[in-house]
Design a protein around this ligand. Structure first.
Ligand SMILES: Nc1ncnc2c1ncn2[C@@H]1O[C@H](COP(=O)(O)OP(=O)(O)O)[C@@H](O)[C@H]1O
Ligand SMILES: [Mg+2]
Length: 240
């Protein structure tokens, strides 16, 4: 009987129940069944969240609370609403602008973590350079459609570090396709140390740049990361 129960549980894809049903105390049949279902659902949800984290490829975080002292939020934004990712629900974009070590990557990662953990959102973190490379590679291998489809299923695309490395012409065009694809359908966070006027240097073509900026800034919030570099502060403290 034990084996038959396991067999049925397997066919029904009830993996928690299959492995653990015999360990649950039976006093009342309803209570028993309720416990089995609750555990099964819980395990399924945990697995889903783990998978979302795995595919999101978010950077590791220190766990320090985020320091908002030098952060200027745009109108209509609060610390709470940013961290809770309200803009994701509204399919709006975020542009994080500021110097190195100001917390742009950190905040975007914290938003990503919350979106997955609390809301089961599909998130993907790329540096601009890594996405451009992946796009170029997929294009060569003939798997671009598959990559586009994956991106098309996201709730939040994080594009980190626009501006450190100029893109190749084809990389820039493919990146533009991604940004267009997300337009008004899903949210992008883009972090950059460059003002819009300098995005030319990255995209290499003023018309393409204008098209990118147009799509990104429509329905978007700008957050300014000021202050001196925290990374620098930390490394200075290490040296002393
Ligand atoms: N506002 C902040 N609050 C808490 N920690 C911060 C903040 N800004 C930077 N840090 C710390 O400094 C590190 C570097 O910041 P990072 O987010 O990589 O900067 P940026 O992406 O703007 O160059 C982070 O991992 C974090 O530990
Ligand atoms: Mg960064």
């Amino acid at each position: 009987m034990h084996e038959m129960i396991q067999e049925y549980a397997k066919r029904l894809k009830l993996s928690w129940i299959r492995e653990n049903f015999h360990t649950v105390n039976i006093e009342d049949p309803q209570q028993y069944l309720l416990t089995l279902f609750e555990k099964e659902v819980k395990q399924r949800e945990e697995r889903k969240i783990n998978l979302l984290f795995k595919t999101a490829t978010l950077p590791n975080v220190s766990g320090n609370p985020f320091d908002w002292t030098d952060i200027q939020l745009g109108q209509g934004l609060s610390q709470e609403s940013v961290l809770e990712g309200e803009f994701i629900e509204a399919k709006e974009n975020m542009i994080f602008y500021g110097g190195v070590g100001a917390g742009k990557t950190y905040l975007s990662t914290l938003i990503g973590i919350n979106a997955i953990q609390k809301y089961g959102k599909r998130v993907k973190f790329y540096t601009v350079a890594s996405l451009a490379n992946e796009l170029l590679e997929a294009n060569e291998k003939g798997t671009l459609t598959r990559l586009f489809n994956r991106i098309d299923k996201l709730d939040l695309l994080i594009l980190d570090e626009l501006g450190y490395i100029p893109l190749h012409k084809q990389g820039a065009e493919l990146l533009f396709q991604v940004i267009s694809m997300c337009y008004e359908k899903r949210s992008i966070i883009i972090t950059t140390n460059l003002q819009f006027g300098q995005w030319n240097h990255v995209f290499g073509d003023p018309i393409l740049t204008e098209a990118v900026v147009d799509r990104l800034i429509h329905h978007s919030h700008l957050i300014l990361f000021g202050g001196e570099s925290k990374r620098m502060k930390e490394s200075m403290m290490m040296k002393n």
